[in-house]
Design a binder for this molecule. Structure first.
Ligand code: NAP
Length: 244
């Protein structure tokens, strides 16, 4: 997809969907900045990319900390492709949701992508090129019990996608979102398997996705092959079942 000479920053690139995206972008020739908090996980992704002949480096930052986000943006340098993937999902009915968890969802899923776009998009505008892909969730569009704060934090990200797309289009910067359905990752491995299977059963395909299946949509939207696509939310979620 012609990504050589481009630098891509993948947040949460140390695990799951982000890891698969980092590997695919590197395979397309991008130099990948793998972001996360866990240095061992980071080293393992960098090693996988380098063994395959690609180029990558790890930058550690806690996206719950605005100072760390600014440092990440500085250490990443001139970023051409930004993948806002890192996120948390804790499912609780509203009456059981704590204020701290509510803040964590907004901070990691909405505020961190906002601050990264604010920090990195001006450089893209200056260079006249750039692509941003945000990772949302099917639950942002489909009401799903217990996912209130998670869904709301991602729905905000989807609306920001449309606004950023309009804001940056004339400067050669595209902004899109991928909304995955249930996907097998370290994050969902830690969840109750019955819940994940129940969510998978609400898709037309009735199965859980592998992270690579989500990553290939992200890689496409990030690449020049999607040159006329901006402001879209692409569901990668096994299809919606018909009623009846
Ligand atoms: P995951 O397996 O839980 O991995 C989370 C990633 O985010 C890790 O790389 C982790 O880095 C990073 N991260 C978490 N908290 C962080 C923090 N405070 N600061 C910096 N990095 C942090 O995640 P996943 O399941 O692949 O999900 C990735 C994205 O897809 C999320 O935005 C999620 O909402 C979305 N999504 C997932 C599914 C699914 O079924 N898996 C479905 C729909 C949408 P470290 O481990 O290095 O700390």
């Amino acid at each position: 997809m012609g990504m050589s000479g481009l630098t891509a920053l993948v947040t949460g690139g140390t695990a799951g969907i982000g890891r698969a995206v980092a590997v695919q972008l590197a395979r397309e020739g991008a130099e990948v900045v793998v972001h996360g908090r866990d240095a061992d996980r980071g080293a393992s992704v960098v090693a996988e990319i380098e063994t395959a002949g690609g180029s990558a480096r790890f930058v550690r930052a806690d996206l719950a900390d605005s100072g760390d986000i600014k440092r990440l943006a500085q250490e990443a340098g001139d970023v051409d492709v930004l993948i806002n993937n890192a996120g948390i999902y804790k499912f609780l009915p509203t009456s059981d949701m704590t204020e701290d968890l509510l803040d964590q969802h907004m901070s990691l899923n909405t505020k961190a992508p906002y601050l990264l776009v604010k920090a990195l998009a001006p450089g893209m505008v200056q260079r006249g090129r750039g692509s941003i892909v945000n990772i949302s969730t099917l639950a942002a569009a489909v009401p799903t019990k217990g996912t209130g704060m998670y869904s709301a934090s991602k729905a905000a990200l989807e609306q920001l996608t449309r606004i950023w797309a309009a804001e940056y289009a004339e400067h050669g910067v595209r902004v899109n979102t991928v909304a995955p359905g249930p996907t097998r990752t370290p994050g969902t491995d830690a969840m109750d398997a019955v819940t994940l299977k129940a969510v998978a059963d609400t898709t037309a395909m009735r199965r859980i996705a592998e992270p690579e299946e989500v990553a290939s949509a992200v890689t496409f939207l990030a690449s020049h092959r999607a040159s006329y696509i901006t402001g879209t939310v692409l569901e990668v979620a096994g299809g919606r079942p018909a009623i009846g």
